[in-house]
Design a protein around this ligand. Structure first.
Ligand SMILES: *Cc1c(COP(=O)(O)O)cnc(C)c1O
Length: 224
């Protein structure tokens, strides 16, 4: 199946209003352009260097650009104002650095807060218990806007197990929305990847990040 066919097939499975982000890591500008031409809503990159290179090659023209990976503090300057959405903000320190850079550029940067819903030690994301502190810190910042939540749940052996994590995320998303913090909008709930985007959507995701099912298996050996 071609990239275009994959995008078309996945799109047909998604209810109207669910945004499709092509997780483009390790796929070159040509492949990314194909996905954009086939109508993905955004491209999501994990690594700043790849993002910068593909952006310079014009790979994302016609789609939004999201950063979805772990953001190192010294790379903040390279994504603020370049990405439409930074999906993976998980610390006060990152919020502060993004605010500062966005202020210097005179822009307002949209971000999502990444939640470590499975409480995994090795994973990025703020623990659910730490989310309120982060929201309260983000609320007065004038050069960024929190637009929702993102998660990468633990690897699950069944769809039902995945759904429990997604459902816990949806509950956080709704609860926060009801609290009506200033400057915090719960517009986007970004969850679900190739293996589980169907389950994520059933539990309320309105943004899915799909890589393998669009581009095919990533060739880690070749990339080294
Ligand atoms: C790679 C990646 C995806 C997509 O994963 P697939 O299993 O290839 O669909 C989604 N989100 C993040 C944060 C990723 O790093």
């Amino acid at each position: 199946m071609s990239i275009a066919e994959n995008v078309k097939r996945i799109r047909a499975e998604l209810p109207a209003g669910v945004l499709l982000v092509a997780a483009s890591k390790m796929n070159g500008p040509e492949a990314v352009r194909e996905a954009v031409a086939a109508g993905v809503d955004a491209c999501g990159e994990n690594r700043v260097q790849e993002l910068v290179e593909k952006n310079a090659a014009g790979a994302y023209a016609g789609a939004k650009l999201h950063f979805i990976g772990h953001l190192q503090r010294n790379k903040v300057r390279q994504v603020v104002g370049v990405c439409d959405l930074i999906q993976s903000v998980d610390s006060l320190e990152l919020l502060t650095l993004i605010e500062k850079r966005a202020a210097a550029l005179g822009i307002r940067q949209d971000v999502l807060l990444e939640v470590n819903i499975g409480g995994e030690a090795a994973k990025s994301g703020v623990a659910p218990e730490g989310l309120e502190t982060l929201l309260l810190a983000a609320s007065p910042l004038e050069h960024l806007r929190v637009r929702g939540l993102m998660t990468v749940p633990p690897v699950c052996s069944s769809g039902d197990e995945a759904r429990r994590y997604f459902s816990a995320m949806y509950k956080l998303y709704v609860d926060i929305g009801q609290k009506k913090y200033d400057n915090i909008c719960m517009d986007f709930l970004s969850m679900g990847m190739s293996a589980d985007y169907r389950e994520a959507v059933l539990e309320g995701a309105n943004m899915v990040r799909v890589g393998t099912a669009i581009f095919g298996a990533r060739d880690y050996a070749r990339a080294q």
